[in-house]
Write a protein that binds this ligand. Structure first.
Ligand code: GLN
Length: 536
């Protein structure tokens, strides 16, 4: 196998231009030409991982198979490429410094002064090359968080400069910038792009390819102008127009030849052409639905669309699979009361109660679940959503009025959800939950068994609390059954209600595993059930 090529994706002018989507689209294109690709995100903040970050700060925390709490861009990578990521795919400044400081404390630097250059940059380099070292990948695409010119990105840009210098054509740098449209002038403006290239040049990095995010088409004249001012070839100025769906971007990048430019810059053969037939079929189904449903997503972060990113994307995959448009309506759990629940949830064909932590909004979630249970509306509870379903059933079916999770009420008389044994001794917050993939054994004769069509599954987790097995028998006798169990620890991972058309609570997070190539069966079947509910 040829040497691994390293592609860096940096951002200029503004944040939120979609570096993650461009990186994932490039990965998809290279993959569809037969290359193997890994994508990695470097985040310049000091947190060791985003696990301790509030969703308001950083959107959803994405969990990998190996239990890493990572940036939500890794979700895009998996959804586009269908290749699982791991801890190695997300590195933060905090993690880099932690490693270097631990080495220093061990005496590994033999008395030398430990400095940003070379020690921090060497550690960044080591982590970038780690993926390439396995020799599994033709390309490693490394996305660098933040925007060119940020103080905290400097060590990363310096690392890119060093790698580009040391590895020559085995490296290429893509800069994603914004070309704003000024309505008053009726013109697209290239100056901010020119300035961010100048800023990058101050750090010694010349981009090879410039991807321009724009709301209007760039004409060849503008492309030539950017090429001239920024020292790139006109063919290396790529237009990235606003798209109706992120899933169109790989096709747009193919039409703009982003992949061939990367192959050309890294001296790789351009013998094949991308095979995106399956992707195009998915997009066709997504964009030509034959029916439409409304799903209520009950959670407490409704102001922020990135907080439930993997869930909303899973609905997109399930939507294409069912050829049915899914309107996901975010419903603020704090606003749901007994008196208004029927009004708030009317017109819904399915209710999903979201994962979460802490007390805020919990009663609204429980009320919404009671409504879905009694009205026979298809219901999916994920993690905290499943725990709330257990609490609701305890309170309203078993008559344990004060049933609760000990997370919200440590002194409850009925701790139907309780801290897991292994969690009781844990003090620190970061990376200490039950994280990553665990096996689960399904029971025959359940809805989930019908859905998965297999007895043994594996799903990803992120929680500390769990169904309290002391109550299991009573629950099962009253009609809420354990449909899936962790075989070694006997933990209840899935609950179902027997005499409800579709009521499922899961302790794990199926949304982390749904991809374009493999929509998650639970979401696909939830949408099918909601469609059936609507048409009845
Ligand atoms: N707060 C709950 C727990 O820790 C649920 C977590 C979640 O929804 N991810 O168990």
């Amino acid at each position: 196998m040829a040497r691994t090529k390293y592609i860096f994706v940096l951002g200029g002018v503004a944040s939120s231009l979609g570096k993650g989507i461009i990186s994932a689209s490039l990965a998809k294109l290279l993959q569809s030409r037969g290359f193997s690709v890994a994508i990695q995100k470097l985040d310049p903040y000091i947190n060791v991982d985003p696990g301790t970050l509030n969703p308001y700060e950083h959107g959803e925390c994405y969990v990998t198979e190996d239990g890493a709490e990572t940036d939500l861009d890794l979700g895009h990578y998996e959804r586009f490429s269908n290749v699982p990521t791991s801890q190695a795919n997300n590195v933060t400044t905090g993690r880099v410094y932690k490693t270097v400081i631990e080495k220093e404390r061990r005496g590994d630097y033999l008395g030398h002064t430990v400095q940003v250059i070379p020690h921090i940059t060497d550690e960044i380099k080591r982590r970038i090359k780690l993926l390439g070292k396995s020799r599994k990948y033709d390309f490693v695409i490394t996305e660098i968080g933040g925007t060119v010119g940020d103080i905290e990105s400097l060590p990363y840009i310096e690392t890119v400069r060093q790698m580009r210098w040391e590895m020559g054509r085995d490296c290429a740098v893509i800069l994603l910038t914004l070309v704003p449209y000024l309505a008053a002038a009726g013109e697209l403006k290239t100056k901010p792009t020119q300035h961010s290239v100048k800023t990058l040049l101050e750090s010694g990095v010349q981009p090879d390819i410039i991807v321009c995010r724009t709301e209007k088409p760039l004409n060849q004249g503008l492309k030539n102008k950017i090429a001239l001012f920024c020292n790139v070839e006109p063919s290396s100025v790529i237009e990235s127009r606003d798209a109706k769906t992120i899933y169109r971007v790989p096709l747009m990048m193919r039409d703009e030849n982003l992949d061939t430019e990367v192959l050309r810059k890294t001296l790789m053969p351009i013998e094949t052409s991308p095979d995106l037939k399956k992707w195009e079929e998915f997009l066709y189904k997504l964009e030509n639905p034959t029916d439409e449903i409304n799903i209520g997503l009950v959670g407490k972060y409704v102001e922020l669309k990135d907080a439930y990113k993997s869930i909303t994307e899973s609905f997109v995959h399930a939507s294409a699979a069912n050829e049915c448009k899914v309107n996901v309506k975010l419903i603020h759990s704090e606003h749901i009361k007994k008196s208004n629940v029927a009004e708030k949830l009317k017109d819904l064909d399915g209710v999903l109660v979201a994962p979460g932590f802490g007390e805020r909004g919990i009663e609204g979630k429980i009320i919404a679940i009671g409504y879905a249970r009694e009205s026979n509306i298809p219901f999916l509870g994920i993690c905290l959503g499943m725990q709330c379903a257990v609490i609701e059933f305890g309170r309203n079916v078993l008559g344990y009025k004060s049933a609760h999770s000990t997370e919200m009420n440590p002194d409850t008389k009925y701790p139907v959800i309780d801290l897991m044994e292994e969690q009781k001794k844990i003090k620190g917050m970061g990376g200490t939950m039950r994280l990553g993939k665990y096996p689960c054994k399904l029971s025959k004769g359940t809805i989930v068994y019908d859905i998965y069509q297999t007895l043994n599954i594996s799903e990803r987790h992120r929680h500390r609390y769990e169904f309290n097995n002391e109550y299991l028998e009573e629950y099962e006798n009253a009609g809420m059954i354990a449909a899936g169990i962790n075989p070694s620890e006997n933990l209840v991972e899935i609950i179902e209600i027997k005499d409800h058309p579709w009521f499922i609570g899961i302790q794990f997070h199926p949304e982390y595993k749904s991809t374009v190539a493999k929509p998650h069966p639970l979401f696909v079947d939830f949408v099918r059930a909601a469609l059936k509910h609507k048409n009845n």
